[in-house]
Design a protein around this ligand. Sequence first.
Ligand code: SAH
Length: 487
Amino acid sequence: MFLTISTTGTPERPATDLGFLLHKHPDNAQAFSTSYGKAHVLYPEAGVDRCTAALLLEVDAVALVRRGKGRGGAPDAALAQYVNDRPYAASSLLAVALSAVFSSAMRGVCAAKPELPAQQRPLRIEVPALPARGGAGLVRALFEPLGWTVSAEPVPLDAEFPQWGDSRYVSLVLESESLTVAEALRHLYVLLPVLDDAKHYWVSSDEVDKLLRAGEGWLSDHPEQKLITSRYLSRRWSLTRQAMERLELVRLAEADDSAVEEIDNAVDAEAETEERPTPLAVLRREAILTALTQAGAARVLDLGCGQGQLVQALLKEPRFTEIVGVDVSVRALTIASRRLKLDRMGERQASRVRLVQGSLAYTDARLKGYDAAVLSEVIEHLDLPRLPALEYAVFGSARPRTVVVTTPNVEYNVRWESLPAGHVRHGDHRFEWTREEFRGWAAAVAERHGYDVGFVPVGPDDPEVGPPTQMAVFTLGGATEKEAKAA
Ligand code: SAH
């Protein structure tokens, strides 16, 4: 499978600048190993007037299967794992090769000639065999809004037998005068897999980050944003929703118009048709609300509140009279504040809630004197050596009567379909604990600071590996509380 990128030039702006932009010298043919086979970059032509770079990917179908991407499926699918269009058609594999081979170019970096990446130049991209689920019409709908002139010719199934009709592949030619090479590469990186609509690797939450990075500057106002997002993320509704929400926030940051909830609801409504269990995040919030209610807490800290989903749920319950969300990330707090519509809240509601920036690795006088503190999916974001500092700040210094801590149960990871073996659930998790490790830590913390601790499973409690989320509820012991007051 291959694609070519061509540009034209003048003596002042030679076409061979393409070599600088792609960080690949036009005189050399270079090969790169990727996990799916070998990628070659070569220049069929390289002159001042016209220069063409070709990316050719030799897919190793056996390596593809060995990497475990053929897991599951019907027995008769076994052959299809080896014999399929992967080696010939421009698919998500080509997109992965693009990002591997042209990563600096995609980011628009060129140390040798820093002025080049920002320049728009005449570009022509050819992809001779592009699987186009959705047909030539969709190909146009995806590329035209981005400034491309599109030609997408259906490829006949067999030129010798026109009566067989067309294949599902098109021969694609894109032309533009108004784009940079980095933009062009980022369009391809996202839209090739979208047209392929059959991602070859497990989609995890960092795919959302990749999509948003590659989509920066064009995806947030693309008319087909929803289709692009959903297909790119292999129709995983929770990730799609996350991406749509973040894209919407990008747009909001520019337009300052609040439609986050509408987007949420729109994606939700679509998801209703799928059969799906209650999302774990919802179960977690319900479990936390139950624990706080049982503890009779009214004034609550949400430590590491992130984008404010729990704060929002707490606000809906009048029993919680004071809610403070704390996070180290200003960005998270900005999103939380938009979610809560803090600036448009009535005075009464507003008096119940506050968002403050702070780090849990330091003691903080503002956190003293609350009934309860929640650490929902937070401890695993700290490097293990920082954990004693958090422990002291919360249990030693702030010392609320109740502390609720949730964290992933790593044993359960084998039950996540989408998680490759040995991976954590989120790129930023510094550790994930077994039930025994978590209980060991919690018991030691309780002991050191005079709390009692109990454990509650969250999500389906699997007989072998336990629940997906583990929750500990700490309660300040009576005697210690008096000692603490006396001290
Ligand atoms: N509680 C939320 C968010 C969990 S993500 C939920 O359950 O969905 C973890 C959050 O912890 C992030 O928002 C991150 O910014 C925050 N965090 C990580 N380290 C922190 C620290 N040292 N102090 C305060 N917040 C921290």
